[in-house]
Design a protein around this ligand. Structure first.
Ligand SMILES: C[S@@+](CC[C@H](N)C(=O)[O-])C[C@H]1O[C@@H](n2cnc3c(N)ncnc32)[C@H](O)[C@@H]1O
Length: 277
């Protein structure tokens, strides 16, 4: 007889096939498998926080260093792999499982470090496993000791990554709020209108109707509004919305991080930032 608990662990991992996970609406079984899977790698959160803090100021703003840091010390998701360059395969399903293009995300991190020093609150709509949320909070905390609270929202339940980060952050005096539900719900709208986060990342419902509603909700108070998948062949609606908002929000400045990998045909991801001086 083999050791049955070891055997069970292997089975649990084998059945969680990220390439077939629906974006939302997990069955109870899948919810449980996701929880078990991420609980086993929860130490990735502590490792990231430690390693990010250890980056010296002299390297924090260095684009090539930070791009490599995203790969080695943050780690990528393993869903929708066709959108990620095949040479990045060793980093799929590692670290914090962020659903990002490392070339774009590393430059966005540097932009935040330089431009978000006065922001003391953050909202991420569509936080998924929680990796992008955790990294963004740490970036904002690094440049602002008065960074006060952050809200993560998703249709799925809070993941072990978010739960672990909430306890690390609380010890450091940062309040983390998790909202399980739709960004269009009355409860969410009431909460966000009361909190008025300084920065919002919109990465939930990628249809124009959804992403525009999220934008309309925060535009009165968020000084920085970030849209995800703004240069993406697989997300034509969020891409169209971004190209429209750049013109429609004429009182806001904008910048975008849309570098692509030559090994991929087409455009994927893209981070668009609208900001007030
Ligand atoms: C692309 S994933 C987010 C990835 C994450 N921001 C990251 O960078 O790793 C989109 C997430 O949005 C969530 N979502 C979709 N519609 C939503 C809504 N109306 N309100 C809140 N979350 C939503 C989905 O459940 C899914 O987990």
């Amino acid at each position: 007889m083999t050791n049955s608990s070891e055997e069970n662990k292997v089975k649990e991992k084998a059945v969680l096939d990220f390439s077939n996970l629906p974006e939302t609406g997990f069955s109870e079984d899948t919810t449980q498998q996701v929880r078990t899977y991420f609980s086993e790698i929860i130490k990735n959160v502590d490792e990231f926080v430690r390693e990010f803090h250890a980056i010296p100021d002299t390297l924090l703003y260095n684009e090539s260093y930070m791009e490599q840091f995203v790969l080695n010390n943050i780690g990528l998701n393993n869903e929708s792999l066709g959108e990620l360059a095949p040479e990045l395969a060793p980093y799929f399903g590692t670290g914090l499982y962020i659903w990002q293009n490392p070339k774009q995300f590393s430059k966005y991190m540097i932009w935040l470090l330089k431009n978000a020093q006065n922001c003391s609150s953050y909202l991420e709509i569509g936080s998924r496993w929680g990796g992008t949320f955790i990294v963004t909070c740490e970036v904002l905390r690094r440049v602002n000791p008065n960074f006060k609270y952050a809200i993560a929202a998703d249709l799925i339940e809070a993941t072990p990554f978010i739960e672990r980060y909430a306890s690390i952050a609380t010890e450091a005096g940062l309040e983390i709020i998790y909202f399980e539900g739709s960004s269009t719900s009355d409860e969410f709208i009431r909460m966000v209108t009361e909190y008025k986060p300084n920065i919002t990342l919109i990465d939930g419902d990628h249809r124009i109707s959804g992403a525009l509603k999220d934008h309309m909700l925060v535009r009165k108070f968020s000084k920085i509004i970030v849209h995800h998948d703004v240069c993406s062949d697989t997300c034509p609606e969020s891409t169209l919305l971004w190209n429209s908002l750049k013109q429609l929000e004429s009182e806001m400045n904008h910048t975008e991080f849309i570098d692509q990998y030559p090994s991929l045909k087409g455009n994927y991801f893209g981070i668009g930032v609208l900001f007030r001086e």
